[in-house]
Design a protein around this ligand. Structure first.
Ligand code: ATR
Length: 273
């Protein structure tokens, strides 16, 4: 199978390493290559790519929206999210999917199944591209409410339009989120705050964190972000950012190959420092 990743910049991507392990696990012969595309050469490179014999590829920043006009079909989830991170190629036809939010939800279900049994309350921090897929995935689970807090509240309010009335949902400021933090069982941090090189910052104060609440950060460098360290000292349960990375890759690989793959050995190789 000929697989790859398009994006810019992608030199430090861990995806080739992850997908090589899935190829080894399934015994499928193939490769996963990095295809770095300069922003001013996107269209010509995509047109060339369409003439080649790729079986599938991932799409990352800044092309998750830009790829959509070049697809032949798009899943209804990806269409509503407005972003595609996985393309399946069959007979020169391209099929687009989004496995990011699903990846996070599957990871949380494997680690904290009790969150999904009904009646739990979730708070998302951030309202950018990453938050959008996660919000879409969470509102389609069994939560009593899913709130979104963002520095720019209007962006959080815009995300609420994805909710077709299936769940109680509202936007709030970070200050309001801090004040009512004790009502949430799950907090998902989706902003870039805390990411290397500025690792001493956290997007909200966790003083009122509910005992036993799960705090999930999608930032995976460093492994222990400031907000996760803080959550652990306050009796919270932590969920590290590399899990979403590995689970979105699992779902992508399963779409390409039709085989089930296991993430345990890959997760255990992440640096826990
Ligand atoms: P991504 O695709 O990674 O989500 P994005 O669409 O640029 O990137 O969104 C970045 C998110 O991080 C936004 O929620 C942004 O808040 P604003 O909408 O107010 O800009 C948030 N963010 C980035 N830097 C931040 C900071 N220093 N403090 C608080 N929020 C920040």
């Amino acid at each position: 199978m000929k697989l790859g990743l398009i994006g810019h910049p992608i030199k430090h991507s861990k995806s080739p390493w992850i997908h090589q392990q899935f190829l080894d696990q399934t015994g499928i012969k193939g490769s996963y290559q990095l295809i770095e595309i300069e922003p001013n050469q996107f269209e010509e490179n995509i047109k060339k790519l369409k003439q080649t014999d790729w079986d599938g590829f991932n799409v990352t920043i800044p092309y998750k929206e830009k790829i959509i006009p070049y697809l032949d079909e798009i899943s209804s989830d990806a269409e509503q999210i407005g972003a595609v991170n996985t393309v399946v190629c069959r007979n020169q036809r391209w099929y687009g999917y989004n496995t990011d939010g699903l990846g996070l939800v599957t990871a949380l279900k494997d680690n904290f199944p009790g969150l999904f049994t009904g009646g739990r309350s979730a708070l998302i921090l951030g309202a950018g591209g990453a938050s959008r897929g996660i919000y879409y995935a969470l509102i389609n689970e069994n939560f009593s409410e899913v709130a979104i807090a963002n520095r720019t509240i209007s962006r959080a309010e815009n995300l609420l339009t994805l909710n077709q009335g299936q769940i109680k949902s509202y936007a709030l400021s970070f200050k309001e989120a801090e004040e009512r933090l004790s009502q949430y069982d799950l907090i998902v941090q989706t902003t870039s705050v805390g990411m290397v090189p500025v690792t001493d910052q956290q997007v909200i104060d966790l003083t009122h964190l509910k005992l036993g609440a799960v705090v999930s950060d999608i930032v995976y460098q460093p492994f222990w972000t400031a907000i996760l360290k803080d959550a652990a000292t306050r009796g919270g349960k932590v969920h590290h950012g590399h899990e979403m990375l590995v689970y979105q890759a699992k779902h992508a690989f399963e779409l390409w190959s039709g085989e089930k793959v296991d993430v345990k050995s890959i997760l255990s190789q992440f640096n826990c420092q």
